[in-house]
Design a protein around this ligand. Structure first.
Ligand code: RIB
Ligand code: CA
Length: 327
């Protein structure tokens, strides 16, 4: 496969703590990702910028603060952008529920604390400016905050080691036949980000569909002790049942595949490609147009995750979550 690559960079531990920043729209799969980042021994987590996406910003922000509180995560949380750069906010509440995440039992206890700041874009730019080494920027929601940061300070791109994102697809979409939700939610932001001068590593739906969560995995989590684990299990159960009320149809794991790559990069295979964002298409707006042809290699602007050992990734996610919940 032309342009095929295995990520062989030394793991974070070999380079000392890797500074990371998370941009997110919790969202249950975002919740899993937050836990996996917090449990990673080789990361220095600088902050969380919250963006509107799965639900309006007030809800995604409340979810982020509640998740931080439930698991006593030591990371600042900042309010980000509440609408896309163009057009109006189109959420996933019709699938995920009014709160952007559902439970088949225990609710997520509401947060008491307020965000650490109301300008996530400024906070992200400050973190990039003050970090002694380039930052791994992890994006698992619409790219509005990141696009706004690059518009405000184009030079900030040089302080981003790599943008690692869950979004897009080399094949069909999920929010529309052509577009994946995060890219569709703010195509102009995605276009700005994919044209910026930085390294990108994209985990699209084509990859996530190889990493399938089953009811048996939920049953495993239910065995774990403690109220946070039960609360997580009840939300994992609701997430797994998105495609079928009885959970018989496996559900792809979206955002956590990014965290799984940080834990075990060798579980994934990548291919260099050219990615452009469709902005005009009547039926294709928000589509990531991925050119994997050898002739496109000179113009490649992303490493696309193409293969994963799905069962091993699911096992890793559960192993890391169990460790995080026992901490
Ligand atoms: O298409 C999947 C993405 O959309 C995930 O990030 C999920 O959390 C939603 O934001
Ligand atoms: Ca998300």
């Amino acid at each position: 496969m032309a342009g095929a690559s295995q990520d062989r960079r030394p793991g974070p531990l070999a380079q000392g703590p890797r500074p990371v920043w998370l941009d997110t729209d919790p969202g249950f799969d975002d919740w899993l990702t937050m836990l996996m980042l917090a449990a990673h021994p080789g990361l220095r987590w600088l902050g969380i910028s919250v963006v509107a996406g799965n639900a309006p910003l007030d809800i995604t922000l409340a979810n982020a603060l509640a998740i931080r509180q439930l698991h006593r995560l030591q990371v600042p949380v900042y309010r980000g952008c509440d609408r896309p750069i163009a057009g109006t906010l189109d959420t996933a509440q019709h699938i995920l529920g009014a709160q952007g995440l559902r439970s088949t039992g225990l609710p997520l206890p509401p947060a008491q604390a307020l965000p650490d700041g109301d300008d996530a874009v400024a906070a992200l730019l400050a973190a990039l400016r003050h970090s002694p080494m380039p930052v791994t920027l992890i994006a698992i929601g619409p790219l509005t905050n990141i696009a706004r940061a690059l518009q405000a300070e184009p030079d900030a791109a040089a302080r981003i080691d790599e943008l690692v994102l869950m979004g897009g697809s080399t094949e069909r979409g999920n929010h529309t036949p052509a577009a994946e939700f995060n890219m569709h939610a703010d195509p102009e932001a995605a276009d700005i980000v994919f044209r910026a001068g930085l390294r990108r590593r994209m985990f699209g739906l084509n990859l996530c569909r190889q990493v399938l969560l089953r009811q048996a995995d939920v049953d495993q989590v239910r065995q774990w002790p403690g109220q946070p684990a039960q609360c997580l299990a009840d939300h994992l159960d609701a997430y797994q049942r998105i495609r079928s009320a009885n959970g018989s149809v496996p559900m792809p794991l979206y955002d956590p595949v990014v965290a799984a790559w940080l834990w075990q990069p060798a579980l994934f295979g990548f291919q260099s490609a050219r990615v452009d964002i469709e902005l005009q298409g009547r039926f294709t707006r928000g589509m990531t147009v991925c050119d994997l042809r050898p002739a496109a290699l000179p113009a490649a602007n992303a490493e696309l995750a193409m293969t994963a050992d799905g069962p091993a990734v699911v096992a890793l996610v559960l192993q890391v979550l169990q460790r995080a919940l026992q901490a």
